[in-house]
Design a protein. Sequence first.
Length: 278
Amino acid sequence: MSEQTAGEPSAPTDGPAADERPEARLERAVRAAEQALIEFEIAVETFRVEVENFSRLHHQKLGPMYTRLDELDALIWEARAARSGDPEDLRRAQDARSLVMPMPGVDELFHDWMDSDGISDDAGAMLTDRPVRPPQRVRPSDEVRKLYRDLVRRAHPDLARDEAERGRRDAFIARANEAYARGDEQQLRALAEEWAAGPLPEAAGPTGSEELYARLEWLSRRKELLALVARELEESAIGSMLRMAPDDPDRLLDEIAEQLLAQVAQREAELAQAQAQA
């Protein structure tokens, strides 16, 4: 290689190539924004699943304890009212009894069957012969979370370049979301294989500056909407509880159960004392 002539300007080694299209930097910004949005959507969806699973498990595991506490409160006030005959005690006994399920068994028969569309996911699964597998824990396993995130990064609808491709991705991600909510590692692996074997999406070709700017604006609006969803989840009653135990939300259920059991024992002691004094 010949040596550089003295005084000859050096060729630039950094910065964009001289023949780079004017839109290239904008295209890179769009791709970076797309990936950032997908990561944000993954975070929001995983938290939504935790909120939903915690709510369902909270009812399944702790609902009977809350019912028992309501029943004990009613019995305690009824015993006190029977002893005192005080109108205020009678009113409190009636109020306490009104909080207890008036028709035993109704909750077990119909709970979680009705939603805004008239039927729940579990009920729909039963009617369509799909297996009903409620979550066993609040947070899916680490392997399930990794599989889900990798799958969403590849198949996310925001990566589509036309409506047909977006529809295909929407339907596929809906299946991935269902499998993730159940913590179904086997199904997520099968979906990953299905996506890899399916038709490869066409690579995005060059686009004009106006379209790229429009894409950036859409991504920005989409992130704002997701931020509202995330805030609502975090500020909900269940979301607030989950934030108390971010590292082990499943343990939180056990802690609440221990507290409720202590309350049940205390109420039972109060009831025994009230009945003895009647």
